[in-house]
Ligand binder design. Structure first.
Ligand code: CAA
Length: 259
């Protein structure tokens, strides 16, 4: 498939989706969000690929939803198109393989929300995160109020959303928004290495590990624990569980079949 607003590259078993609207600091218009979803689905269906990365440029991961595209929209227009709803549904329901956000530069508004829709965030040293929608007379619309609060807690989320201030990479890592920080120039290569490690594991256990962590965030603990137990027991029906445990006992590296 060919794309206008993103680049899609494969590095062995890792796919890299690069947001590519430099003239607008990768602002998320409907076309770009549609293409990100299409590329994720294309890579989800590609048996060679075990992990995906979404990244932007050194200056901007994405500076938010496209303000110029939204400025004159009515409430009815926004609700009818529901671009942000469709994007979230695709991430939550269609994509089982892990997706990593590799963030350099600005990740603001919808850009920060897109990063949080990914399974975890690797930040470059120059990353800047924020939910500045309050400065435009609106609030986050791609799940930011919910995901940011769950990731960094009520007090800091209120601070970010009500003041519209930006958080640098160190603060984001301390707050639990980003999992690790890398030098800006190395970020994408390091993200590919991290994704390669994940893509080398057994896919059924990767998919279930992702699902169980998502449940931990979204559902009551006891329901999540029950779900985890069912996943854990079901993995004993896979060849890879037999191989992984045999390899440990035999003191060798596992050779997983379902990668
Ligand atoms: N939408 C549309 N265009 C954008 C944009 C956005 N979110 N962010 C930047 N651009 C465009 C600018 O209009 C500019 O275009 P022109 O050259 O045609 O004027 C170009 O990108 C470069 O931007 P700047 O000249 O502003 O670059 P800068 O380095 O001076 O500032 C910035 C960088 C601080 C990120 C600034 O661009 C900015 O504040 N952007 C808007 C951030 C924002 O408010 N994001 C939230 C959007 S609303 C949202 O996301 C809703 C939601 O939750 C779904």
């Amino acid at each position: 498939m060919s794309y206008n607003t993103i680049l899609l590259d494969k590095h062995d078993n890792v796919a890299v989706i690069t947001l590519n609207r430099p003239e607008a600091l990768n602002a998320l218009n409907a076309e770009l969000l549609g293409e990100v979803v299409s590329a994720l689905k294309e890579m989800e269906a590609d048996s060679e690929i075990g992990c995906m990365i979404i990244t932007g440029s050194d200056k901007a991961f994405a500076a938010g939803a496209d303000i110029k595209e939204m400025a004159e929209q009515s409430m009815t227009d926004m609700m009818a198109a529901d671009v942000f709803g469709h994007t979230q549904k695709a991430f939550m329901h269609d994509i089982k393989k892990p997706v990593i956000a590799a963030v350099n530069g600005y990740a603001l508004g919808g850009g920060c929300e897109l990063a949080m829709l990914c399974d975890f965030i690797l930040a470059g040293e120059t990353a800047k995160f924020g939910q500045p929608e309050i400065n435009l007379g609106v609030i986050p619309g791609i799940g930011g109020s919910q995901r940011l609060t769950k990731l960094i807690g009520k007090s800091k989320a209120m601070d970010m959303m009500l003041t519209g201030r930006m958080m640098d990479a160190n603060e984001a890592e301390r707050a639990g928004l980003a999992s690790r920080i890398f030098p800006t120039d190395d970020l994408v290569d390091e993200a590919i290495k991290v994704a390669g490690v994940i893509a080398g594991k057994s896919l059924p256990s990767v998919v279930m590990a992702k699902e169980t962590v998502i449940k931990a965030v979204d559902i009551p603990t006891q329901d999540g624990v029950d779900f985890e137990k069912r996943c854990f027991y079901s993995l004993f029906s896979t060849e890879d569980q037999k191989e992984g445990m045999a390899a440990f006992v035999e003191k060798r590296q596992p050779n997983f079949k379902n990668k």
